[in-house]
Design a protein around this ligand. Structure first.
Ligand code: HEC
Length: 151
């Protein structure tokens, strides 16, 4: 949109060469094209910043943390992500975007740091959990989510 304002300004300054105006207009047209091209929701990949991906999970993945994570999952995540993490929870039908399938390879290859960042920050319609769950709880729920893809 910045580009469009520039066009207006250049157009009003009569002294500028017409070539400049044409280039600006084409640039503006291309920008408009991008702004109005519908992007299918599912193709927008959600990636965590590289620095977040490097953060390691300080909570051991043992039965204690997995059990704690399971309770958190049931209370806070199950409605959308479903019992087995396939994104088919009872509320998933109401969402304008499908939650990812936690049992798929694309999901599993992400680091715990990736998941921690996503769970903390959220992305509409997925809520942010940084104020709702402690750091420890977020790591615990990650340890539980990791068990969903196994078997
Ligand atoms: C209101 C529904 C909803 C709730 C509740 C919810 N999520 Fe999500 N979640 C989503 C949706 C939708 C996405 C996909 C967002 C996107 O890609 O834009 C998502 C994405 C994710 C992702 C990223 C997956 C990926 O590969 O990018 C993780 C991890 C995740 N959720 C974990 C959780 C955890 C853990 C909880 C509970 C603490 C939770 N979510 C609660 C709807 C929800």
């Amino acid at each position: 949109m910045i580009n469009l304002n520039n066009n207006k300004r250049t157009a009003s300054k009569k002294k500028k060469s017409p070539g400049f105006i044409v280039t600006g207009t084409i640039g503006g047209a291309i920008m408009l094209l991008f702004a109005f091209t519908p992007i299918p929701q599912q193709s927008k990949v959600w990636t965590a910043p590289a620095s977040a991906a490097k953060v390691t999970n300080p909570v051991a993945s043992d039965s204690k943390s997995i059990d704690a994570g399971k309770i958190i999952y049931k209370n806070k995540c199950y409605d959308c992500h479903g019992k087995k993490g396939k994104g088919d929870g009872p509320k998933s039908g109401d969402l304008d975007k499908n939650p990812q399938d936690f049992t798929k390879e694309d999901f599993k290859k992400q680091t715990d740091g990736d998941l921690f960042w996503k769970i903390s920050e959220g992305k509409k319609p997925m809520p942010a959990f940084k104020n709702e769950l402690t750091k420890e709880q977020r790591w615990q729920v990650i340890n539980y989510v990791r068990t969903l893809g196994k078997k």
